[in-house]
Ligand binder design. Structure first.
Ligand code: SAM
Length: 337
């Protein structure tokens, strides 16, 4: 449940969005970006060609004056922004491939990362090549920071509106050491290899055949699957021994084409786990997702004797969650170096 500070900030963001939508004739999410930029710009509404009107600007200033980030943690600010993004997703009818990763999935990923990864290092560099609104990235970032790790991150997305939301989201939370880049993540990336790759992958066909042909997981004929190419790209920019956590369709390995993907994965990495997400999180079985856990080959890595194949419980069932975490810890002790 959101606390009072979270609901108050959400309500301020939402009221500002409503004013800007009317005044500037923009969508919910565009107005949310404008709101964030106004707050970051000394709580002063940007006026271009007399818009928003002086009267609306006065209203906005009054709203922004109620915002006090000093008394809020990054995580509380993230939660308020996330509520506004959720509202915008519904109002603007954002297609599923562009939708924010829900907190429940992000937190589950954090449990997995904590178990397999945390005690290995004091600092961690994360890459999310499909960063979207940066909700998933900032859930992971904030949780690992609160564990005392030094965290830096790279986020990439080719959608400029989503990347603007990500930028405002990160700046409002005051997160440092996160670099966002607007580009096709399947092109050449100007990023150093990361310790950890996380991503809620866009699923479907990748439109650029010439570029796809550079990947081993592309198809010889017809359009290739972007989620396959993203997995290959993620592994390319991962350090040896590093872990990748991809949110993928739960039926990923039930398709005939998946042999190409599996043989590529086995060439460069170890297939360590496949965790089905609770079915209650999804509208139907077709849209159900799973977390694919891979580890890049290296001196500190080995193939798990038993791949972690599990179904994650619903977060609201605390006992099942505790049992699940204990199972993962036990699996880690027996299977990873
Ligand atoms: N984790 C994100 C969040 O919390 O908001 C949501 C990711 S969303 C499911 C998938 C993202 O992939 C979208 O933001 C979309 O714009 C991005 N995407 C799709 N194709 C891309 C490409 N070729 N290069 C970079 N990003 C891409």
């Amino acid at each position: 449940m959101a606390n009072e500070k979270v609901t108050a900030l959400f309500s301020t963001l939402h009221s500002s969005v409503e004013i800007l939508q009317k005044e500037l004739d923009m969508s919910y999410l565009e107005s949310l970006v404008e709101t964030g930029e106004n707050i970051l710009d000394g709580k002063e509404p940007r006026i271009i060609d007399g818009k928003p009107s002086e009267e609306a600007a006065k209203e906005l200033r009054k709203l922004y004056a109620t915002v006090s980030f000093d008394e809020m943690s990054a995580e509380e600010i993230r939660q308020a922004v996330q509520l506004a993004i959720l509202k915008g997703t519904k109002e603007d009818y954002l297609q599923p491939n562009h939708q924010m990763t829900p907190d429940a999935i992000g937190l589950l990923m954090v449990y997995l990362i904590r178990t397999v990864f945390k005690e290995r290092k004091e600092s961690v560099k994360i890459l999310d090549p499909a960063v979207g609104t940066a909700n998933l990235l900032s859930v992971v970032y904030n949780q690992l920071r609160s564990d005392g790790l030094q965290v830096s991150a790279e986020g990439i997305d080719n959608d400029d509106l989503l990347l603007s939301i990500a930028s405002v989201n990160i700046d409002l939370q005051g997160l440092e050491d996160i670099r966002l880049t607007h580009q096709d993540a399947l092109g050449n990336l100007l990023v150093e290899p990361s310790d950890l790759v996380i991503s809620d992958l866009p699923v479907g066909y990748y439109p650029l055949d010439t570029n796809a042909a550079k990947f081993e997981t592309s198809f010889e004929e017809g359009k290739s699957y972007s989620h396959y190419l993203f997995i290959e790209q993620g592994l390319t920019y991962l350090k040896n021994d590093g872990f990748a956590f991809f949110i993928v369709p739960a039926n990923l390995f039930q398709m005939d084409e998946s042999k190409t993907l599996l043989s590529y994965i086995q060439k460069v990495a170890y297939f360590q786990g496949f965790i089905q997400l609770p079915k209650e999180f999804f509208k139907n079985e077709q849209s159900r997702k799973a977390i694919l856990m891979l580890q890049k080959k290296g001196a500190q890595a080995q193939q798990a004797k038993e791949v972690l194949l599990a179904v994650a419980p619903d977060f609201r069932e605390r006992e099942s969650l505790q049992r699940f975490i204990a199972e993962v810890v036990d699996w880690k002790e027996k299977n990873l170096k």
